[in-house]
Structures are given as structure tokens and as C-alpha cells.
Design a protein around this ligand. Structure first.
Ligand SMILES: [Zn+2]
Length: 650
């Protein structure tokens, strides 16, 4: 039977690790070797060949890149900081440990160095410890004494996330303490990179048969659950009999397969850039559920800053926990902060959402748009359309292609929970408040639950909406006729107003991407849009193609002229040392300043020290991570500025 191990203590002389196996202490040389095995799994081996401990290593959950080259990681020091040690003791001791680290780093390259530490959420301690790790550019951090924290999710989360916040993103976090496979997804989502497979042996020793969702007592099973090679070959009674005879061979292999499958699934989700969905599918224990709630409510800014703005994959809102996904909260925030109801809009029409996305492609919205388009051309400019939905709240028509507005899916029952209602009403009132000055007429072309929501918003805003579909379906002939009649009456006395629908669209999109008012700077003159079904949207100025909007994500891609305008506004920029761009990758080590608003996948402008535009690209990291990290890719270059036409943006 493989060893049952728990790494309890690593001696501070740096040469040996003391590992406690059952009741026996063993001392290992502290050479840690990263090797990749045949199955494309990466195992972390500790010790010499005879007494090796193996630890599963998924690629970094945030950088998503791990070298397959054989790397030797060397333990350099144990930073003694576990509770309930006194702050003064820890800080005093840290000085001694720092001297040791400095000494060890004379022979160990910092990118191969590993320090151990223990959970402690005291801000003073965390600050001092992470500063030391950052100062010496140590890239590997091992955590021991973590398992008891599974009983206190708030503390566990705070510890891991504070480390993730204070340490550069390219620091790898290794969880030495064994944890159940069911918490691997949520801990990866928090930023843990490597897991100790020791839980397999703990579970096996306790006679537990692991499944994807948890652990079952083997003795109580009456039929096979799994059909892995072990389970297929051995009847369950044989496994049970072997266990009674204290022989867990078979059970341990099955359990290891289940644990490895979980780690592989996490890796797959990371490659798909959607670990969040996988975490929601893994709500098998209270730790995960509690941690996810806490993450969404107390760590929103950090989560959002490291969550991609632009994706093309669908989002499934299956549980109330999905309402607070960072992508959803980020969208709501940008709509509140970066969308404006233009001053000449006299009417706001509220429509219900549709299951089909983007909305304009749905049967119901085609009917709504038919009504709008049938109005006199020179009066349509007065109308702002808003779409009411859960859980995003309110989607301005101009932003219906933007991720995740065109990508979400939610079970449609016609019933809204109190939580969904509250979110939608809050978002609707804050968007309508933008037009407080011009006091537009609000027409709610909605029925059923949507109507209740509008009435709540009406009360909150202390205004009166006009209802054009009450008592029937918004798509009913009578309701549509009523909408048209009402709209015509409201705009009848208004003078003609020029309407460039495409310009409004592209400006609203630019504002959403780069900040309120940026649309006017990027597009001072009218543009037209052209799109064939299921293809990118092209922007034209006269006959010249001047840009493209990605149809799957809804993102406006930056061009050099747009980049120049953006650079002048000091928005979404990153700054590099050097005169020109070499290659198509910008590495974090070269970035010395970046707009903290940048999130992964956002379009960015690349500047040199003199604020000259070198090119435009797409961010791979958040602005602050680009600056703090010393390795890894910060951005992909899309277009370079030819040196002769380099523009000064100052
Ligand atoms: Zn099995």
C-alpha cells in the first residue's frame, strides 16, 4: 500500500524535510523535482527514488501555463507563522528566516526556490511574509497545516485570497495538506496550483470509496458505481473483503483515478477559460457552497479584475449562485458606470428578454423592432430601448451582442425569485436615473412578472410609466398596435432629429469597453456597419473599412487609429521599456506601468516610455498583474505601428 503521509514540519536548516508518516517521522533531502509522466499528468516528487511522495500538479490556475521541462524546485526555508503564534514572535523569527533565505539564494535560483508557510490571516504577518517572498522573487510557496481550515471556509478563503492578492500572480501555490477532491475545483478557482494526493490514502485507509461527488463507505455499497479498470475487473464484494483483510490494493487505485479525474477536469475547465462554471457544477459540500458565496460577495473586485471581459462560450445560470458570477457583476457595473442615455432621448422603451440571443434574432424582438422601424426615420433617434432580464438586469439595445448579454442561458419558468427581482429592479432604476435631467417618458412594453418589476421601479423612482402590453402578451397584435400608437403620439410634436443608429451603436460599445465618453473620441464622425449572418461586423467610413466587431464576443477590436485616440485619453494602456515591438508577445517582465482597469481579453494600447504608440493588442492579464509579475505573457500584439508613423500621444 502506498504511503499515508502528511507533511507536518520541514526543518528550517533547509537541507531536510521531516515528514510524518503514520506515527513514524522520516527525514528526506529537500530536493523537489517536477516531472511530467506518461499520461500527461504532472507529478511533483519529493525526496529520493526510494521514498518519494507524489503530488498532483495542475498548471497554475491563473497563468494556465506550465513548463513540461524538468524543473528542480528546492526548499529554502520554512516561514514559521501558524496560529496561535504571537505577531511579535512571527515577525522576529521572520528576520532570522529572511537571513537564511538570502543565504540559500546564493546557491538556489529564486525561480526554483520554495518556501513553506502556514495559514494565518493577521494582516501584519501576511504583509511582512509576502513582501519577503516578493522581494526575493521566490516563485514557489507551499502551504501546510491547511486541512483544519476546511471547517472555517471564511478563514480558508481569506488566507488563500490574501496570498493571491499580495503575491505576484506567477507565484505557484502548493497545497501540502491533503484535501478532499471535491474541494479541488473551488480551491483552484481561489488560486491554488498544486494539490497533494495524500487524501486518496486517507480516504482509502478509512474504507471510503470515492465518487465524483464525494466519498461513500465501501462496506455499505451493494453494487458497483464506477466502471474503471479496477471496478470492472473486481466484484464489489472482493474489494470489501480485501479491505476487511487490511488490503486496500484496488480501492486505492480506484480512488486515485477519481482524484486524478477531478484534477484533469479542473485543467480542462481552465483551458476552456471557464473554471467558474465547473465550480458551480461541483457544489457537493458546504465548503464549496460557502466559499463561493463569500467569494462573490466579499472578493468581487479581485475576482472581476482577473476574469476575462470577452468570451464566446455560453453561461448557464443554473443556481442562484450564478446570479453573482464575476462576469455578470462586471457587466452590470459597466452598464451602470459606462452606459449613458443620450441627452436627446425622449422616450425609453422597456422590452422583456427572449430565450434566443442576441435578442434581435428572436421572434418577439423582431416584432418589437418592426414597430420601432415603422416610425418616421427622423423621429427614431428619440427612442432608447432597454431589455429587462435576469440575472443581468438591464441590457441597452446597443449592448445586446456583448459578452455575456448574448451568451447566457437561464431556465425559463416565468417565475422570478425575490433575489432575481431585486437585482433587476436595482439595475433598472440605476439606468433610468441616468436620464434624470431630460426626464424621458418611460414606456414599459411588458406583461406578467416583468410588469411587477417595472411597477417596483416606478415606485422607487417616484415616476409613472406608460404600460402598452398590460393584460396581454407583448407580442399580441393588439399590444403591438398599442405600442405603435403610443410611440407615435409621444413623438408627434418633436422636430425631426438626425439619427445615426450605427454610430450610436459603436459609440455605446466603445464606452462600454473603454469608459464613458470614449466612443465620441474614437468615432468623431459617422460610421456604418455591415454584417452577414454569423460573421464579424465591419465598420465603414464611406467606402473605407475602418474596424471590426467580433460577432461571437461582441468586442470592438482596436486598430492603430483607434489606439492613437485611446492613448491620448490615457485609457487601457500599458507601458514598455524599449523603442519597438519585437515578436507578437508582450511579456510581463517588460511592462512597467498599466491601466488598472485592464482585465484579461480587453483591447489595449502599447506605449513606450515617451508615451509613443507602439501598437495595439489584447491583454492576457489584468493591468495590476502585468506590472507585478516577472514572467509570463502580459498581452498579445495585434497590430504594430510602423516606426515612421509613430504618433506622439502626449
Ligand atoms: Zn472505479
Amino acid at each position: 500500500m502506498p504511503m499515508l503521509f502528511d507533511l507536518l514540519d520541514i526543518s528550517a536548516n533547509g537541507k531536510y524535510a521531516k515528514v510524518v508518516i503514520n506515527d513514524t517521522s522520516l527525514v528526506f533531502p529537500t530536493l523537489l523535482t517536477l516531472t511530467s509522466t506518461k499520461e500527461n499528468d504532472i507529478n511533483w516528487l519529493l525526496g529520493d527514488s526510494g521514498k518519494t511522495l507524489s503530488i498532483n500538479l495542475p498548471p497554475s490556475s491563473l497563468t494556465q501555463e506550465v513548463s513540461n521541462k524538468k524543473t528542480t524546485i528546492q526548499f529554502v526555508a520554512n516561514i514559521l507563522m501558524h496560529e496561535p503564534l504571537q505577531v511579535s514572535f512571527v515577525l522576529n523569527n521572520l528576520q532570522k528566516t529572511t537571513a537564511l533565505i538570502a543565504d540559500r539564494l546564493k546557491i538556489v535560483p529564486p525561480e526554483n526556490a520554495l518556501v513553506m508557510l502556514q495559514p494565518n490571516i493577521n494582516p501584519e504577518i501576511l504583509d511582512a511574509v509576502t513582501k519577503t517572498i516578493t522581494k526575493y522573487k521566490i516563485r514557489h510557496v507551499g502551504i501546510t497545516n491547511f486541512t483544519p481550515l476546511l471547517n472555517t471556509p471564511r478563514k480558508a478563503l481569506e488566507f488563500i485570497l490574501r496570498l493571491r492578492q499580495l503575491l505576484p500572480l506567477d507565484t505557484l501555490l502548493y497545497l501540502f495538506s491533503p484535501v478532499p477532491h471535491t474541494v479541488v475545483p473551488i480551491l483552484s478557482y481561489c488560486g491554488v496550483d498544486a494539490f497533494n494526493s495524500g487524501y486518496v490514502w486517507l480516504a482509502t485507509k478509512s474504507g471510503l470509496y470515492l465518487t465524483a461527488a464525494g466519498a461513500l463507505p465501501l462496506t455499505q455499497l451493494s453494487e458497483k458505481i464506477c466502471s474503471c479498470k479496477i471496478c470492472a475487473d473486481l466484484p464489489i464484494s472482493d474489494l470489501q473483503k480485501a479491505l476487511l483483510e487490511n488490503n486496500a490494493a484496488g480501492l486505492d487505485e480506484h480512488n486515485m483515478l477519481i482524484y486524478q479525474a477531478k484534477v484533469r477536469e479542473v485543467r480542462y475547465a481552465l483551458k476552456q477559460k471557464d473554471l467558474r462554471s465547473y465550480v458551480e457544477q461541483n457544489l457537493f459540500d458546504t465548503f464549496t457552497a460557502t466559499a463561493l458565496r463569500l467569494l462573490d460577495s466579499s472578493w468581487t473586485d479581485m475576482l472581476i479584475s482577473r476574469t476575462a471581459t470577452w468570451l464566446s462560450t455560453p453561461i448557464y445560470h443554473l443556481t442562484p449562485l450564478s446570479y453573482y458570477r464575476p462576469a455578470v457583476q462586471a457587466f452590470q457595473r459597466r452598464v451602470r458606470e459606462r452606459f449613458d442615455i443620450l441627452p436627446y432621448k425622449k422616450i425609453v422603451v422597456i422590452f422583456p428578454c427572449s430565450a434566443r440571443k442576441p435578442y434581435s434574432f428572436s421572434k418577439s424582438h423582431r416584432k418589437f423592432l418592426e414597430v420601432i422601424n415603422s416610425l418616421p426615420k427622423d423621429k427614431q433617434a428619440y427612442i432608447q430601448q432597454l431589455i429587462l432580464t435576469s440575472p443581468l438586469g438591464v441590457i441597452p439595445r446597443e449592448l445586446e451582442l456583448v459578452y455575456p448579454a448574448a451568451h447566457y442561458d437561464i431556465p425559463v419558468t416565468g417565475l422570478w425569485s425575490e433575489e432575481e427581482k431585486a437585482i433587476a429592479v436595482q439595475q433598472l432604476t440605476s439606468v433610468l436615473l441616468k436620464a434624470r435631467k431630460q426626464k424621458p417618458i418611460v414606456i414599459a412594453h411588458v406583461s406578467d412578472e416583468y410588469l411587477t418589476l417595472c411597477q417596483e421601479a416606478e415606485q422607487k423612482l417616484k415616476t409613472t410609466f406608460v404600460y402598452t402590453a398590460a393584460g396581454s402578451k407583448p407580442t399580441a397584435f393588439q399590444a403591438l398596435a398599442n405600442l405603435k400608437k403610443t410611440l407615435l403620439a409621444k413623438i408627434a410634436d418633436s422636430p425631426p432629429h438626425q439619427y445615426n443608429k450605427d454610430l450610436e451603436f459603436v459609440r455605446a460599445l466603445s464606452d462600454y469597453q473603454f469608459g464613458l465618453g470614449i466612443g465620441e473620441k474614437l468615432f468623431p464622425e459617422p460610421v456604418t456597419l455591415k454584417q452577414k449572418p454569423n460573421q464579424n461586423i465591419f465598420l465603414f467610413k464611406g467606402k473605407n473599412r475602418i474596424g471590426v466587431i467580433h460577432h461571437r464576443t461582441g468586442q470592438l477590436m482596436l486598430t492603430v487609429p483607434m489606439g492613437m485616440a485611446l492613448a491620448k485619453q490615457k485609457k487601457y494602456y500599458l507601458k514598455l521599456h524599449g523603442e519597438e515591438l519585437k515578436g507578437s508577445t508582450i511579456f510581463a517582465v517588460g511592462v512597467f506601468e498599466a491601466d488598472p482597469e485592464i482585465r484579461p481579453s480587453d483591447g489595449v494600447v502599447i506605449l513606450n516610455e515617451k508615451d509613443e504608440l507602439l501598437g495595439v493588442g489584447v491583454a492576457s492579464l489584468s493591468g495590476s498583474d502585468m506590472v507585478s509579475m516577472s514572467s509570463g505573457r502580459a498581452a498579445k500584439v495585434k497590430t504594430k505601428v510602423k516606426s515612421l508613423t509613430k504618433a506622439h500621444s502626449g
